[in-house]
Design a protein around this ligand. Structure first.
Ligand code: ZN
Length: 429
């Protein structure tokens, strides 16, 4: 990686296309292969948590792996073939090898009548079953007869894999960026989130100074976040802000899903950044469904973790179907999403709290040359900004609070704070 790496749209798209063919799940070799591909770009630490490990109210399931699966006719022709698309198999299907009639097979076949050309994505993690997914058109075309049904999978004592990267900053306080890694060949949900998170990690790893520490977590949805939380209660208490990333490569406007309180710094930072883009966007209130923000925001943890997406999960037709492929997502959209994510992070990084060292009355700015320092047309704003910074630097308000209250842009507030700090009137709280 060169010194000043910034991912381009082409890099983001290429990474999504590289990961797309892998059959991921909440455990197993496809998940490991994905984590290793991420590790090829950032120094991710891989963890393995054995099957059966108790994690909060859950237990790590048996590890699932799959080699092959098909439904073949009497001539041996594969009419449904896992090798052609991994969505053809219900994820976590138990193994089966049997000849059966179409009537016997039919309860195990899933399609989308409303989208007859698309294969649905189905899972059965916690209930032992097996099944195939196919287009409604293909299902309608299956003739009566005997079929050779094979799912060459295994459910064994193994492990749940996840990866994390900590980029230490000046503060122990952490910003969490979390992306789920369990979906097989689906691009927007959530290879786009993985690609954008990796790109941000690459950028942040090269910054000479980080104020916050940054933790990147790549883990299977739900059980991965629960496993991480179960094993990192202490670490979790250092998370001050966080985002889950999903669906960042489609062409819809941005959607930001707030934390439970709706008032966290991350909520305000996201609102400011999205307003600044000038692009259409929506902010929605928290609800306890969706992705891992619901684990992080659970009452025992209450971590202020919002969710950044474009198309809202479950609300666009390609969601959880074969229509969500690398031609549905685009590098340009992911690149744009990376820009919004970076801007949100930068707001949090800039949100320094100061303490006014001359808090009794206003300090005399003129005697310190601070009026002379105010040259040019920006005088009133910068002077005004200094007065706001002095007034609100009581250790309770950060620069973002001050910028909002003063209705001035953050850059002016930062400039004022930096001037006051260099004149000994402010210290970091
Ligand atoms: Zn999903």
């Amino acid at each position: 990686m060169p010194d000043s790496w910034i991912s381009t749209a082409a890099h983001l798209d290429a990474f999504v296309r590289e990961l797309y063919p892998i059959c991921r799940s909440i455990t197993g070799d496809g998940l490991r292969q994905t984590l290793r591909a991420i590790q090829g770009r950032i120094p991710l630490e891989l963890r393995e948590v054995p099957s059966g490990t108790k994690v909060l109210d859950w237990a790590v399931p048996l590890e699932w792996n799959i080699r092959d699966a098909f439904v073949a006719n009497e001539r041996g022709e594969r009419l449904i073939d896992f090798q052609r698309h991994n969505l053809h198999v219900v994820n976590y299907s138990e193994p089966i090898r049997k000849r059966m009639t179409l009537a016997e097979l039919r309860p195990h076949l899933h399609c989308l009548p409303a989208q007859p050309d698309r294969i649905p994505y189905r899972t059965s993690y916690y209930e032992r079953s097996w099944g195939f997914c196919l287009t409604a058109n293909a299902l309608a075309a299956l003739p009566d007869g005997e079929y050779d049904v094979c799912i060459d999978s295994s459910l064994t004592q193994g492990a749940l894999s996840y990866g994390e990267l900590l980029l230490p900053g000046a503060l122990p306080d952490e910003i969490l960026i979390s992306a789920h890694t369990c979906h097989p060949s689906l691009s927007d949900d959530n290879l786009s989130g993985i690609a954008v998170a990796v790109a941000l990690a690459q950028e942040l790893s090269q910054r000479p100074a980080r104020r916050h520490s940054f933790r990147f977590l790549f883990a299977p949805g739900t059980i991965g976040a629960i496993t991480w939380l179960a094993q990192n209660c202490e670490t979790a208490s250092r998370i001050r802000h966080g985002l889950t990333l999903t669906c960042l490569g489609d062409s819809q406007p941005f959607t930001y899903k707030r934390t439970v309180s709706g008032q966290a710094s991350i909520d305000r930072a996201a609102a400011r950044v999205l307003a600044r883009t000038g692009a259409a966007h929506q902010a929605i209130d928290f609800f306890p469904y969706g992705y891992d923000e619901r684990q992080y925001n659970s009452p025992g943890f209450r971590l202020p973790v919002g969710s950044l997406m474009r198309g809202r999960h479950g609300q666009f037709p390609e969601y959880h179907t074969s229509g969500d492929n690398p031609d549905f997502t685009s590098g340009d959209r992911m690149f744009e999403s990376l820009g919004v994510l970076r801007a949100i992070v930068d707001e949090l990084e800039a949100d320094v709290r100061y303490r006014n060292l001359e808090p009794y009355g206003e300090p005399q700015l003129g005697s310190r040359g601070l009026y002379r320092a105010l040259g040019g047309t920006s005088i009133p704003n910068l002077q005004f900004a200094m007065l706001w910074v002095l007034n609100l630097s009581d250790g309770e308000h950060g620069l973002l609070d001050i910028a909002e209250r003063a209705k001035l842009d953050l850059a002016t507030i930062r400039e004022a704070a930096s001037l006051l700090e260099s004149h000994g009137l402010l210290a970091r709280a």
